[in-house]
Design a protein around this ligand. Structure first.
Ligand SMILES: C[S@@+](CC[C@H](N)C(=O)[O-])C[C@H]1O[C@@H](n2cnc3c(N)ncnc32)[C@H](O)[C@@H]1O
Length: 201
């Protein structure tokens, strides 16, 4: 869901899975198709809305999303759609982060963010500093100030998912440079959950 340039979809295809990558942006899908062609991997990239999916109920064994849920205006609608297209007993995997939970953070956090944007611009050779003066649409998204993955788990329970597990990913394991650039964000995490089985025996 929200496959973007296709990194996760292509990794899964490389592992031998039969994968469909969905995104609403044609521009992203074009990049994803170019990547698939370059790598010689058979992913079917389709345009569609992750909150209203153009697939039948129970079409997939697994639904995977990375860094998408935080961007959506109706995360619970999206999760219920992802459940709808999962087969009974199928697995949902959500990778995401508390990306902007510190937007109203402490002075230390704001100083860290400003210096991080500077380091990102230098190390990654892209202009991250423009973000400082941008009107902040992120504040209006429903996930921005929620503590996650706790909030996700609450929604998954409400929707009837079972066997919900999660792992917090500690940024410090990726080294000091990565921590200086991105450590001011909140935690990132991975959740897995099962769709209900029809037969509960
Ligand atoms: C931050 S990017 C993450 C891309 C990819 N999952 C990754 O981890 O590399 C978010 C992606 O979600 C897509 N997206 C946002 N809202 C969407 C929606 N309602 N339906 C489908 N795709 C959506 C965007 O076009 C974008 O490609």
């Amino acid at each position: 869901m929200g496959t973007g340039p296709g990194a996760v979809a292509l990794l899964l295809a490389d592992m031998g899975h039969c994968v469909i990558g969905l995104d609403r942006s044609e521009e992203m899908l074009k990049k994803a198709r170019e990547n698939a062609k370059r790598l010689g991997l058979p992913v079917d990239f389709k345009q569609g809305d992750a909150e209203s999916i153009p697939f039948e109920c129970g079409s997939f064994d697994v639904v995977v999303s990375r860094n998408v849920l935080w961007t959506l205006p109706n995360p619970i609608v999206a999760l219920s759609e992802w459940k709808r297209v999962l087969r009974p007993g199928g697995t949902l995997v959500v990778m995401d982060g508390n990306w902007y939970i510190n937007l109203n953070g402490s002075l230390k956090n704001r100083i860290w963010r400003s210096s991080a944007l500077f380091w990102i611009s230098i190390i990654e050779k892209r202009n991250a500093l423009h973000r400082r003066g941008e009107p902040d649409w992120r504040r209006k998204l429903p996930m921005t100030f929620r503590k996650r993955p706790e909030y996700d788990i609450e929604l998954l329970n409400e929707l009837g998912f079972t066997d919900i597990n999660f792992r917090i990913i500690d940024r410090r394991r990726f080294g000091l440079a990565e921590y200086l650039k991105y450590g001011y964000y909140g935690d990132t995490f991975i959740i897995s959950a099962q769709n209900e089985r029809l037969d509960k025996t």
